[in-house]
Write a protein that binds this ligand. Structure first.
Ligand code: SF4
Length: 454
């Protein structure tokens, strides 16, 4: 259901199967050239493909020419109420002009802007906001806000087509996540033009990121949406860009930089995970490769579900271990874990993306892991693996349980619980007499199986 048509914002293709573009908006006074350019460079560095600047005054339109000339990414001029500013923005070379035809002063003024946009080859972003729908749709908005939004958007598209203009993308902005999802799903079925997605006035960094992840993530997972903007109440526009990338990375729509995996922690946590994860996340920002780095709060699980990570660390009190692709590399004192992790990552790159393994250090780390691992512990990761196995089939679940009780891999298949390379250590674990793991069918017959100890 990706848009059929494609438009070009500078060199960035939008729609028609192009990668979903990340957009943000500067928070500076646009006419303040130094501040605006500084923020544009910051967001471009953070990964913005496109940037929008507000143009509410003459002096902002005048600054546009320099901004467009200096910006490393395409610039969209955001215009409301004043079609003269839209004309000036096009003349200034803006790569795109955003306007809502409903608030620009009537069809003649819209036609004037379109005529110049056609002449200069400038694409537009046209759209509607839930807060400013045309008067004739107010009753419908009251009865069915989704239909009202879609109707307004279709009317805008029809106006563009009557003016013989197809070089545009469409946005429908609502503060409601369900309405954003429902209206964009309907619109995507009805028009071939690229869609810009956003939840307007989403809120603070915390709540706004979540609302956007739910709303935009749902649509993107459906294949709907060609550009996205995360609207956050922060002066740091690069935060919007980071959130947008996390959504795209989570859906595997685009790759950018490392992927950090971190356990949620629990009562088994054995070192200062908060500080370590924050530091690892910060230092990973310096890397461009999509390597996967894992941080586990304890060694009880072994390497567990992080065995596919390119690099990882896990700790137990004053010592920790660095591993790669499920294999221990070395053990180090906890306070050196992060530094040593990044030394290993840098060694990997220096050697042409090859893991550098010292067999003596690796053997020490393996022994440390065997001492600290508990192959029978009911950790969140293992419970999840058991439930997944139970969902697959009872035989598999039985096999996994058996493996936990005797410390061996399940019969006839890969063990989803025991970490790779740990069967030797696990086999040394004593069987659990008197405290067996049991499948408790009574806990929730509908929500899935629960495993507990007697
Ligand atoms: S058991 Fe799992 S969630 Fe708990 S600290 Fe260890 S790795 Fe983290």
């Amino acid at each position: 259901m990706a848009s059929q048509r494609q438009i070009l914002l500078g060199a960035v293709p939008i729609g028609g199967g192009a990668p979903v573009a990340v957009q943000t908006m500067t928070k500076t006074e646009t006419a303040n050239l130094a501040a605006t350019m500084s923020q544009i460079r910051t967001v471009a560095e953070a990964g913005a493909d496109i940037v929008r600047v507000a143009v509410p005054r003459e002096q902002d339109a005048e600054a546009l020419k320099s901004i467009v000339a200096q910006s490393p990414i395409p610039v969209i001029a955001d215009i409301h109420f004043n079609h003269t500013l839209a004309l000036k923005a096009i003349e200034a070379g803006a790569h795109c002009v955003r306007l809502n035809p409903g608030n620009i002063g009537g069809p003649e003024k819209v036609a004037e802007v379109i005529a110049l946009a056609k002449l200069r080859g400038t694409p537009l972003r046209v759209g509607v906001n839930s807060g400013s729908l045309p008067k004739h749709l107010r009753q419908l908005e009251y009865e069915d806000p989704v239909q009202a939004l879609v109707t307004a958007a279709i009317e805008t598209v029809e106006l563009m087509e009557r003016l013989d203009f197809q070089n545009f993308k469409v946005s429908m902005k609502s503060t409601s996540v369900p309405n954003t999802i429902a209206s964009n799903r309907l619109l995507a079925e009805r028009i071939p033009y690229p869609l810009h997605l956003g939840v307007t006035e989403a809120g603070t960094k915390w709540s706004g990121s979540l609302k956007s992840a739910v709303g935009l993530g749902t649509l993107l997972a459906d294949g709907i949406g060609d550009t996205i903007r995360i609207s956050l109440s922060t002066f740091h526009a690069e935060e919007e860009v980071k959130v947008a990338w996390e959504i795209l990375k989570a859906l595997k729509l685009r790759e950018r930089g490392p992927v950090l995996i971190a356990c949620p922690t629990c009562g088994r946590l054995q070192f200062d995970m908060d500080t370590v994860v924050a530091e690892v996340e910060l230092r990973l920002e310096a890397y461009e490769d999509p390597i996967e780095v894992s941080v586990l709060g304890c060694a009880v699980n072994g390497i567990g579900e992080a065995r596919h990570a390119d690099f990882g660390i896990t700790g137990a009190k004053d010592m920790g271990m660095i591993y790669s692709k499920g294999e221990p590399l070395k053990k180090v004192p906890t306070e050196q874990l992060v530094d040593e992790l990044f030394k290993e990552i840098d060694r990997y790159y220096a050697a042409g993306r090859t893991i550098q393994r010292d067999e003596t250090a690796a053997a020490e780390a393996r022994a440390w892991l065997a001492e600290n691992e508990d192959a029978t512990a009911m950790t969140p990761e293992r419970i999840a693996a058991l439930e997944a196995a139970a969902a697959e089939n009872d035989e598999m679940a039985g096999s996994v349980l058996e493996s936990m009780l005797v410390g061996e891999g399940p019969v006839g298949g890969a063990n989803p619980v025991a970490p790779a390379g740990s069967s030797g250590a696990a086999a040394e674990q004593p069987a659990l007499g008197g405290n067996p793991v049991v499948l408790d069918e009574s806990v929730s017959p509908v929500a899935g199986r629960r495993f507990s100890r007697n």
